[in-house]
Every structure is written in structure tokens, then in C-alpha cells.
Design a protein around this ligand. Structure first.
Ligand code: NAI
Length: 790
């Protein structure tokens, strides 16, 4: 028998990992766990427990405390108590704790890996070689940010008590993604692990004690969705960081709308895995194994939609089926296993239901003849081909080991198909042509793109989604920003009802000018759909002019025009900067007349200041446009990750009622600088500013549709913008009620919402209303991983 033949027939024997140490740890806790609150184990207030079990055997592992609202309250109190002391520590002191956490995770790596595997069902090979090392890496990396706190984040403060809710697919890794940046930046946390997989979070709690972390800095409350809800609704929680399903993400957005809670959401995905005909097919097939059968496909960024160029589809399918036939499904503690158990019965049923529905919709289902375990929750690696792009299996997250395959002909069609979902978490592109791969990567709506690779993660590279995959990033500098805010922001006073509207100073600088302005849509002055206009008067009652009353239809037209103008984001930064400089020039030329008109509304001095500072702000953002650049990360693999700053897309802007000119420019300019297109609702109290603005725009090189102006009743237009499913984000400046409306109504397409939280910002202060903080919100980071070196 030749070596090749032997290799082909070689049978593996079982190679189980020894679980003894982990089982002893469970026994030391009598297989019954309370909550970890204020540095101690607490019996649940209502005394109820639920079971966590091993999905590969169905056997019970331990009893876990079911958290009630009272438990959450106790944990939040402990976190609040610990907060001042933790914040007072220097960055270096906090860094030492994070470093100790990293070291102790490494020390207990074996125990943690086994616990993860028996609780979740994932192969030990993955928990041992991927999950736990990445957990340690995350704490090391953030120990570094803590160390650099004073140097890198001057003027920022931590948010306070953070509520963190995590899913079951990467239990300890998701904990690390949440806890490490929060602690590094001086926050304290209450974390709720998923009900199916609480064990490693509890083991981590013990590590916190072991390293002497001050009590209350980390609190772990176990339980189900109701425990999660209690955490979301707790009034003293300042921010919620959530990873899980899009549906629950929506519910949390809704539940937190009426509060000042900050929110980051890492939600579902339906990530494309695109293979071009010139790809190295054998590598691509291995990539697919990692893309969709890693962790049984229970991965938010799983390459669950295979898009393969038609010319190689048959060949690829043959290779893929051959490889699928060699996948070993079985006991996850066996080191030679590729596919482990599905986390829970409901998840298994859900996968089965979706696959059957896909087949009913016309897909062809193929599964290899692999040996399946006789007990436990398993699902065969599955290939669904001939899938229609609108089929449920092409659109919905299956979250299981099932791949939905489609074909395409041209790169353009590949991009169209790839972007044809509501999600935008990740993508994988396979081509030996660097031009094709990067050209396609740039056009994909996804927070992470892997070129000739898949499912690579590193703490230095931000991870997070576009569109309904959520907002916010975890990892990288951008991930740190999720947990801090400028010191001045929380001190800014709340806008009191009406106080915002500063129209009509008693002294009118110039005689009132009677004029009628129009809406500005797609680069043209247009009459409002309603046909109505409102009179705009100074406080003294003089008629200043008439302003159109925009409605739903006008907003719809404006959004359409803004969408069409998205090439603005693709022009070079140099070009965008030139346009902004030119706007400054035009504004300066018209400065005197605009000041004169504006004075009638806001007084002579403020009008002059607004015009002067608007010109300065135009210069400032022109300056930033070709300087606010991305980064190149060097993750510990043979890759670089290019962190590209991309525009968020088309953004609705509700401008402040006061400060009509400078308020508009302060919000719209960072967006334009970043390459977004805008539909703005100018100041309700002085909407005539629109006329001055579009005259400046018309005589500039700003492309038609890049900025659209719809005046009218702000409350009404805000609703239309917030509900509009083709807007990517809304920036709303207003009182608390308006900010709550923007958040609550954004749930439809989960657009990004950025508000002033009802606070009065000082638009005349460069520190408050200019610069990086605004740009950070105007861009979203896309990490493109590119293989590098030999
Ligand atoms: P889920 O989104 O319901 O659960 C995630 C976490 O949120 C858990 O800790 C859960 O207890 C908590 N939770 C649930 N409802 C809540 C609420 N109203 N308020 C606060 N917290 C709440 O995910 P589930 O039910 O475990 O899985 C269902 C589907 O969600 C999966 O089939 C998959 O498609 C998707 N999913 C996506 C994940 C991702 O990483 N993108 C992770 C887990 C699930």
C-alpha cells in the first residue's frame, strides 16, 4: 500500500480532551452558581435557578441563577459604588488589572476551553485555539489602551455603568469584546451572559477575584431575556452594548429610545462569500469550511451565502462536496472533530425549519454521507444550491451549518447580489487579482471584508456592521470610542422647552426684507408638494419672508436625490476639500448680505459671528477632509487589515432651531467632508436661511443632490426622516422629546442615530462643535483584510 493510499484510508481514533480539571472546578462550586455581584457570589433574590446542559449529550452540567430585576438592581448598585474608585485610577493602574486578566485567562486556558466546549458544543480545537487565545489577546490589547489613556484620550471621560448582553455563540470571547474596552476606559459593568452558555462568564468572575479586581467593577448576572430586559431598562445604566439577533437589537433600540442610554449593537448577518473564476479554488474551499462550518455556522459573520462565478460553479461544487464528505461531525471534546453540536434544541429546529423552507422555495439540498453521532444535537453540513436571491435561505440568518449557493457572471453582478440583503456585517472575496478583489471590497456594504481569507479576528481591528447588522465597533481605537464621551458633553445643560428658539431679537439691524424661498432638492429650487408656505416673522412681528412647508413627499424626493448623488463619497478627498474651500469663498463673498438678513432674526452680533464662524468651519472641515484618514493594522497573522474610513451614506439632519446658519454648517459639514450626502431640515424658527444656503451651494461645485434642504415643521419632518427606510443615519439636534422620537422611529431599518441627547451645545465653541468627535460619527470603519507576505 502506497503512502498516498494509506493517507486516504487512514482512520482517526478518538482523541478526547481531558475534562477532569473543568469538572472538578464545577464540583468545587457544587454545580450550582449564584450571581457575581460586588465581588461576591450571591444567591438570586427570587431563589430560582435554571439548568445549563451539554448539547452533545443532553446531560445537565449545572444549576444557574435566574436573574430578576432585583438581582440586576443589586448588580447596578455595586457597579455604581465601584465606579468613582475605578475612574480615579490612573491609566497605568487600570492597565495592570487588564494585563493580569489576560495572564490569568492564559493560565486557565485549558479549563476555560473545556467549559466553553461542554456548555456550547463547539469543537475543542476551536475553543482551545481560537476563542480563548483571542480572549487573552483582547485583554492584552486593551491593557495597552488603559496605559495610554491620559495621552490618547485627553478631555474624554468614561460613560459610567455599562450594561452588556451577549449571545451564546462565542460566550467568553464576546465577554472579552465587551468587558475589556469598558474597563480600560474606566467604566464598570454588569454583564448578562446568554442563558445557554453562562459557564465561562462565571469562571471569568472567579478570575476577577483571583487578580484582586476591585469589587463591583465587573458584575455577572445570569438569566434569560427577562434578565436582559431588566438590565436594559435600569435607569442607572448609561450604555447598553449588545450582541445578538437583529430582532432583539430592535427591541433594545425601542426600549432605550426614551432615555439617554448610549447603544452599540452587533447583530446578525448574511455575509457573502464571493469566489471569482481566477481564485485559487482549493484555498477557497478551505476558506468555506472556516466560513460556514466553523462553530457549526453559528457565527454572526459566517460566510453563509456562496456567490460563485458561473464559469467555475460546477468545478467548485465538486471540490466542495468532496471536502464536505471529509468533515467529521461528532463529540466536541474530540480534538479531531470539525463540526460539533448545535447549542440548543430550539436552534436545531430553527435551522431545520429554514433549510426545509429553502428547499420548498426551490433550492437543491445536498448533505454528505458522514457518520452522525447517535445522541446529542447535531446537524449535517449542508449545501443548498440553485438558491433564488429572494429565497428565505438567501435573506435570513440560518445560524447553522447550511450554505446557500448562487452564481453570478460579472463582478458588478457579484456586488449587486452581495449587497442584496438588509445586513452588512462581513464579506469574503476570493480572486488572485488584487485589482478585482480590492475593487469589489470597496463596493461591499460590510464592516469587515476578508480578501482570500475568512473569519479572521484581532483586537486591533474593529469589528461591526453596516445597515441592519448594527452600529458601533468592537476592537481597535474605534471600539474604545464606544465607551467614552467628551467631558464637556455630559455637563452641557438640557434644552428647556422653547428656550432653544431664539428668534427675533428686539433690535432689527436691517429693514426686513420680504422674500420667498423654496426647497432645494437635487440641486434645484423646487416648490413644496403641499403648495403651502409659512410666514416668517421677527419677534417684533415684521414679516421677514415666506418659507415653504415641506412634507413627506418632499422628503422622499430629497432622499432619492441624495442617494443618486452618492458619487460624492467616491470623489477624492482632495476634490471634496476643494469644494468646501470654494463654499467658504462664496459664503465670504455673500457674507455681508447674509449677515444683514440673519440679523433680523438673531441680532446683529450673533449674525456676524455665525457668518464668520461658518466660514472658519468650512475651512476646518476642508482641512480635515484629506487628513482624517484610516489606518493599517498589523494583526498577528500573515495579513494587513486596512481600516478604511467610509461615509455612512445618506444622512438626514435636523438642524437646531437657534443658530440657523452656524448650526446647519456645524452638523452638515462633517458629513459632507466624510463623503455623505445629506437631507437637512434647516432651523424651524428661521427657515429663510435655506435661501441663503442654496444660493451659496448653487454657485459652488457641490454636485446636485449632495445637500438637499427641506424646510417645514420639524416634528413632522423628523418623523418622516426617522422612519425612512432608505436613510442610513439620522443626526437630530433638538430637545429630549425630539431625540427620543428620532431613536424610537429609527428601528425600521436600524439606521444610525446620533443626537445631542437634548443638551444645549454651544455652537460658537470650536471645542464643542467641531472636529474629530463629529468626524468619528460621520464615518464608519471598514476593515479590509489582505494577505501579505509569503
Ligand atoms: P437573542 O438575540 O435572543 O439573544 C442574545 C442575548 O440577548 C441573550 O443573552 C438573551 O438572553 C438576550 N435577550 C433576549 N431578548 C432580550 C431582550 N428583550 N432584552 C434584553 N436582552 C435580551 O438570540 P437567540 O434567541 O439566542 O438566537 C436567535 C437567533 O438570533 C439565532 O438563530 C441567530 O440567528 C441570531 N443570533 C445572532 C447572533 C449574532 O452574533 N449576530 C448571536 C446569537 C443569536
Amino acid at each position: 500500500m502506497s503512502v498516498v493510499e494509506k493517507f486516504k484510508t487512514m482512520e482517526y481514533g478518538p482523541a478526547p480532551e481531558d475534562p477532569k480539571e473543568s469538572l472538578q472546578w464545577l464540583d468545587r462550586h457544587h454545580r450550582r452558581f449564584g450571581h457575581f455581584i460586588g465581588g461576591a457570589w450571591k444567591v438570586p433574590v427570587e431563589g430560582s435557578y435554571f439548568e445549563t446542559s451539554d448539547p452533545s449529550t443532553g446531560e445537565k452540567i449545572a444549576d444557574i441563577a435566574q436573574g430578576s430585576a432585583a438581582d440586576i438592581d443589586a448588580a447596578v448598585k455595586a457597579a455604581r459604588k465601584a465606579s468613582p474608585g475605578w475612574q480615579k485610577l490612573s491609566g497605568h493602574e487600570r492597565g495592570r488589572y487588564l494585563y493580569a486578566l489576560a495572564r490569568h485567562v492564559q493560565k486557565h486556558a485549558r479549563r476555560l476551553a473545556v467549559l466553553e466546549t461542554i456548555d456550547n458544543g463547539k469543537p475543542i480545537r476551536e475553543s482551545r485555539d481560537i476563542d480563548i487565545p483571542l480572549v487573552a489577546r483582547h485583554f492584552y490589547y486593551h491593557a495597552g489602551w488603559a496605559q495610554l489613556w491620559e495621552e490618547e484620550f485627553p478631555g474624554y471621560k468614561p460613560c459610567g455603568v455599562i450594561g452588556q448582553i451577549i449571545p451564546w455563540n462565542f460566550p467568553l470571547l464576546m465577554l472579552a469584546w465587551k468587558i475589556a474596552p469598558a474597563l480600560a476606559t474606566g467604566n464598570t459593568v454588569v454583564l448578562k451572559p446568554a442563558e445557554y452558555t453562562p459557564l465561562t462568564a462565571l469562571a471569568f468572575a472567579e478570575i476577577c477575584t483571583e487578580i484582586g479586581l476591585p469589587p463591583g467593577v465587573v458584575n455577572i448576572v445570569t438569566g434569560d431575556d427577562q434578565t436582559g430586559e431588566a438590565l436594559v431598562n435600569h435607569p442607572d445604566v448609561i450604555k447598553i452594548a449588545f450582541t445578538g439577533s437583529t430582532e432583539v437589537g430592535r427591541a433594545i433600540r425601542r426600549a432605550t429610545a426614551n432615555s439617554h442610554k448610549r447603544l452599540s449593537l452587533e447583530l446578525g448577518g448574511k455575509s457573502p462569500f464571493i469566489i471569482f473564476e481566477d481564485a485559487d479554488l482549493d484555498s477557497a474551499v478551505e476558506g468555506l469550511v472556516d466560513g460556514i462550518w466553523f462553530n457549526q455556522g453559528q457565527v454572526c459573520c459566517a460566510g453563509s451565502r456562496l456567490l460563485v462565478q458561473e464559469s467555475i460553479a460546477a468545478k467548485l461544487t465538486r471540490k466542495l462536496q468532496a471536502r464536505m464528505s471529509t468533515l467529521r461531525v461528532g463529540a466536541p471534546l474530540d480534538k479531531a472533530i470539525d463540526v460539533g453540536a448545535i447549542v440548543a434544541r430550539v436552534q436545531l429546529d430553527r435551522i431545520d425549519r429554514l433549510v426545509k423552507q429553502g428547499v420548498a422555495e426551490g433550492a437543491t439540498c445536498w448533505q454528505p454521507e458522514v457518520v452522525m453521532p447517535s445522541r446529542g444535537l447535531y446537524y449535517k453540513p449542508t449545501l443548498l444550491s440553485n438558491v433564488h436571491p429572494t429565497s428565505i435561505v438567501a435573506q435570513q440568518e440560518i445560524f447553522g451549518p447550511a450554505l446557500a449557493a448562487m452564481t453570478f457572471r460579472t463582478p458588478r453582478e457579484a456586488v449587486e447580489l452581495a449587497n442584496n440583503t438588509v445586513y452588512g456585517l462581513a464579506a469574503s472575496v476570493w480572486s488572485e487579482s488584487v485589482n478585482v478583489a480590492l475593487h469589489v471590497a470597496a463596493q461591499l456594504k460590510a464592516g469587515v471584508v476578508w480578501v482570500n481569507s475568512t473569519n479572521l479576528f484581532d483586537a486591533a481591528c474593529g469589528f461591526g456592521g453596516y445597515r441592519e447588522s448594527g452600529y458601533g465597533r468592537e476592537g481597535g481605537r474605534e471600539g474604545v470610542l464606544e465607551y467614552i464621551e467628551p467631558e464637556w458633553f455630559h455637563k452641557a445643560p438640557l434644552i428647556r422647552a422653547k428656550a432653544a428658539v431664539k428668534v427675533g431679537k428686539t433690535e432689527v439691524a436691517n429693514p426686513a426684507i420680504d422674500r420667498t424661498v423654496k426647497l432645494f432638492i437635487g440641486g434645484k429650487q423646487v416648490r413644496p408638494d403641499s403648495g403651502y408656505a409659512v410666514e416668517v416673522r421677527s419677534k417684533k412681528g415684521e414679516l421677514l419672508g415666506e418659507s415653504p412647508l415641506g412634507n413627506r413627499k418632499d422628503i422622499r424626493n430629497a432622499v432619492e436625490a441624495a442617494r443618486k448623488a452618492e458619487t460624492w463619497g467616491k470623489t477624492t478627498a482632495h476634490n471634496r476639500a476643494q469644494v468646501l474651500y470654494y463654499l467658504a469663498e462664496n459664503l465670504s463673498q455673500r457674507g455681508k448680505e447674509i449677515t444683514g438678513r440673519l440679523a433680523a432674526a438673531v441680532g446683529k452680533k450673533e449674525a456676524a459671528d455665525e457668518v464668520r464662524l461658518s466660514i472658519e468651519r468650512l475651512f476646518a472641515y476642508a482641512a480635515w477632509t484629506d487628513k482624517y484618514e484610516g489606518a493599517v493594522h498589523n494583526p498577528p497573522f500573515r495579513n494587513i487589515a486596512i481600516a478604511m474610513n467610509e461615509p455612512v451614506g445618506t444622512v438626514g439632519v435636523i438642524c437646531p432651531a437657534s443658530v440657523p446658519l452656524l448650526g446647519f454648517f456645524s452638523l452638515v459639514l462633517p458629513l459632507l467632508s466624510a463623503g455623505n450626502t445629506v437631507v437637512a431640515v434647516p432651523s424651524e424658527s428661521y427657515p429663510l436661511i435655506a435661501g441663503d444656503l442654496y444660493q451659496v451651494f448653487e454657485t459652488s461645485d457641490l454636485p446636485a443632490g449632495a445637500v438637499n434642504l427641506v424646510t417645514g415643521r420639524t416634528a413632522e419632518l423628523l418623523k418622516v426622516l426617522a422612519e425612512h427606510d432608505d436613510l442610513d443615519a439620522i443626526w437630530c439636534y433638538g430637545d429630549e422629546q425630539m431625540c427620543a422620537t428620532a431613536k424610537a422611529l429609527s428601528v425600521g431599518n436600524l439606521k444610525q442615530v446620533w443626537t445631542n441627547e437634548g443638551r444645549e451645545l454651544d455652537f460658537f465653541s470650536r471645542r464643542q462643535v467641531a472636529g474629530r468627535w463629529y468626524l468619528e460619527h460621520a464615518y464608519q470603519v471598514k476593515n479590509v483584510w489582505v494577505p501579505y507576505g509569503e
